[in-house]
Design a protein around this ligand. Structure first.
Ligand code: PMP
Length: 352
C-alpha cells in the first residue's frame, strides 16, 4: 500500500485544542477555549430543543435531501430550493467545489493566510495550487483575480479567517467582474453575519454571476459547530454538479432539524452579535493599551501579533486555549464576558 505522492507534503488539519485534552494533559480543572471561533453562548435554544426532539428518530437514516432545512433556507433567502447544497459543515461544500470542477493538474487559486481547507481540497483533487500573497494580511483581490485566470476554482474568504480582514461589497463586486466566467468563484462567508453582509447583496451577485458559489455555516452565529451543518448557494447548474459529489446521507438528522430551527431564532442571533461586539471592543481596547498589534475584526475573533515569545504556551498552562499560527501570530475568539476578562487578566499577568 503506497500513499499518494502528492500527499507527502500535506499536513492533516490542526484544529484548536479541545478543552478535555488540555485538562488531561496539563492537570487543570478549569480551562476555557477561545480557539475555534465557536459561539460562547452555546447552541441556539430553539435549535437545542429541535435537536432533543430529533434524537428519538436517529435509528432512521436522515432524509438525504434535507427537505425541511432546504425549505427553511429557501424561505430565508427567497430562492428556490434547487439553489442550495447542504454539507457536513461548510467544509464539505468547499471540498465538493474542488471535487466537482477540478481534475488532477488543474489550477486552484486562493490567498495565503486564509482558511486551511482550501489547501486540503486542492490536494485532495491533485490540483496545482496558485497561492497569492496577501501583503499587510489583506487579500490582494487584483492579484487573486489574475491568478484565477485559467484556474478551475478560486476560493475567497470574506471576512477572512484567520486574519479577520474584510472587503466591502464594492471590492468583491470588482473581483467578481475580473474573474473569468469559466472559473468557479467560491465566496466563503462563514462569518458573514458578524460583518453584517446582506443576503440581498449576495442574491444580486448570485443572479449576475452564474459561476459564483457562496458558502455559509451554522457553526458560528447559530452555535451548532458540533452538529456539522453548512451550505452553499449557487445557480441550479452549479448545485447539480456539486450534488454528484454528495454522499446520500451526508447531513445527520439531528443537525438538519436543529439548523432549520436555528434559522428562525432571531433573538439568539441578536444576543450573539451583541455579546461579540462587546468582546471585540474589550479585547481590542486591551490590545491597544498594551501596544499589541492586531487587525481590526469584523468577525468573532481577533488576529494579533504575539506580544512575547511563548505567549500561546503560557496562556495554555493557565487554562486559556487560543490558536497559534506558528509565525508569531495568534488568534483569539471572543468569549463570554467572564472568558474575555480571564483572557485579558491572564495575558496581563504573562506580560508583567
Ligand atoms: N470557512 C471558514 C472561513 C471557517 O473559518 C470555517 C470554520 N472554521 C469553515 C469554513 C467551516 O465551517 P463548518 O465546516 O464548521 O461549517
Amino acid at each position: 500500500m503506497r500513499p499518494l505522492k502528492r500527499f507527502s507534503a500535506l499536513q492533516p488539519y490542526q484544529p484548536g485544542k479541545p478543552i478535555e485534552e488540555v485538562k488531561r494533559e496539563l492537570g487543570l480543572s478549569s480551562v476555557i477555549k477561545m480557539a475555534s471561533n465557536e459561539n460562547p453562548l452555546g447552541p441556539s435554544p430553539k435549535a437545542a430543543a429541535a435537536a432533543r426532539k430529533a434524537i428519538a428518530g436517529v435509528h432512521r437514516y436522515p432524509e438525504g435531501s434535507a427537505h425541511a432545512l432546504r425549505q427553511a433556507l429557501s424561505k430565508t433567502w427567497g430562492l428556490d430550493g434547487g439553489h442550495f447544497i447542504l454539507g457536513d459543515g461548510s467544509n464539505e461544500v468547499l471540498i465538493f467545489a474542488a471535487q466537482a470542477f477540478v481534475s488532477e493538474g488543474d489550477a486552484i487559486a486562493f490567498s495565503d493566510r486564509s482558511f486551511a481547507v482550501y489547501e486540503l481540497a486542492s490536494h485532495l483533487c491533485g490540483a496545482r495550487i496558485r497561492k497569492v500573497a496577501s501583503p499587510e494580511f489583506v487579500h490582494d483581490l487584483d492579484a487573486l483575480a489574475r491568478a484565477a485566470k485559467g484556474a478551475k476554482v478560486v476560493y475567497v474568504c470574506n471576512p477572512n479567517n484567520p486574519t479577520g480582514s474584510h472587503h466591502p461589497p464594492a471590492a468583491i463586486q470588482r473581483f467578481l467582474n475580473a474573474v473569468p466566467k469559466e472559473t468557479l468563484v467560491v465566496l466563503d462567508e462563514a462569518y458573514a453575519e458578524y460583518a453584517g453582509h446582506s443576503m440581498a447583496q449576495d442574491k444580486l451577485w448570485l443572479k449576475k454571476y452564474p459561476n459564483l458559489l457562496i458558502c455559509r455555516t451554522f457553526s458560528k452565529l447559530y452555535g451548532l459547530a458540533g452538529l456539522r451543518v453548512g451550505y452553499g448557494v449557487a445557480s441550479a447548474a452549479v448545485i447539480q454538479n456539486l450534488e454528484k459529489c454528495r454522499q446520500p446521507f451526508n447531513l445527520n438528522s439531528v443537525g438538519q432539524k436543529a439548523a432549520a430551527a436555528a434559522l428562525s431564532d432571531h433573538a439568539f442571533a441578536r444576543k450573539t452579535l451583541a455579546l461579540n461586539r462587546q468582546g471585540l471592543t474589550k479585547i481590542s481596547s486591551f490590545f491597544k493599551k498594551e501596544g499589541i498589534w492586531f487587525i481590526p475584526s469584523k468577525t468573532n475573533f481577533i488576529f494579533f501579533r504575539e506580544p512575547k515569545p511563548g505567549t500561546y504556551q503560557a496562556l495554555l498552562k493557565q487554562g486559556v486555549i487560543i490558536r497559534p499560527f506558528g509565525d508569531g501570530h495568534l488568534r483569539v475568539t471572543t468569549g463570554t464576558l467572564a472568558e474575555n476578562d480571564r483572557f485579558i487578566r491572564t495575558l496581563k499577568r504573562i506580560l508583567a
